[in-house]
Design a protein around this ligand. Structure first.
Ligand SMILES: Cc1cn([C@H]2C[C@H](O)[C@@H](COP(=O)(O)OP(=O)(O)O[C@H]3O[C@@H](C)C(=O)[C@@H](O)[C@H]3O)O2)c(=O)[nH]c1=O
Length: 180
């Protein structure tokens, strides 16, 4: 999926555990990734099968996100909703866990959501714009047009009221445009 990257920072293990640089702006810039992150978020989901998503913030407050797992495990999903993109409407999913240390970089122009695979899963992510509730939106995680395989029965998902009432993908008028 163009623009979506899995990053796995090096871990320096010793008798105490490990040390890892979870974000290093200079290293990222040397790799061609120039994103000015301005907000860090941290969520805890108690139950296995908690689904948060699919979420977006519209321009002018669109957000790129760098997502990682601090405790437990989750399946993280990004859906390309950039009008005109070769992968418009397609999704990609990656297992992120405290053990595997992976991070998922999701550019602006994607819906984002995840399902937790372990109890008490903590998700930590950087965002490239501030929370703007007036630009916040959601699309149904189990929309048949998207066909995302969450690995759970949709009826068993633990959801917020907002996500339970989210619009269908067919009704979603994407505010994002593919810029090549
Ligand atoms: C996202 C967000 C929420 N809040 C508040 C609003 C609300 O009262 C409470 C819970 O918000 P939500 O129900 O939207 O939280 P949540 O369902 O965890 O929303 C998050 O889901 C993941 C998948 C994302 O990608 C995020 O961008 C964000 O949309 O926290 C903030 O103060 N700042 C924020 O940046």
């Amino acid at each position: 999926m163009p623009g979506v990257l899995i990053l796995t920072p090096r871990r320096f293990a010793d008798a105490r555990g490990f040390f890892s640089e979870s974000w290093n702006q200079r290293v990222m810039e040397e790799a061609g990734i120039e994103i000015a992150f301005v907000q860090d978020n941290h969520s805890l989901s108690r139950d296995v099968g908690t689904v948060r998503g699919l979420h977006f913030q519209s321009p002018p407050h669109a957000q790129a996100k760098l997502v990682r797992c601090g405790r437990g495990a989750l399946y993280d999903v990004a859906v390309d909703v950039r009008r005109g993109s070769p992968s418009y409407g397609k999704w990609v999913g990656v297992e992120l866990s405290a053990d595997n240390g992976r991070q998922l970089l999701i550019p602006a122009g994607f819906l984002h959501g995840f399902v937790t695979r372990e109890p008490d899963t903590e998700v930590i992510y950087k965002c490239s714009d501030f929370y703007a509730p007036e630009c916040d939106g959601a699309v149904r995680f189990d929309d048949p047009d998207l066909g995302i395989d969450w690995g759970i029965e949709a009826s068993a998902a633990v959801l917020s009221d907002k996500d339970r009432a989210a619009q269908s993908f067919a009704a979603f008028d994407t505010p994002f445009v593919w810029e090549g």
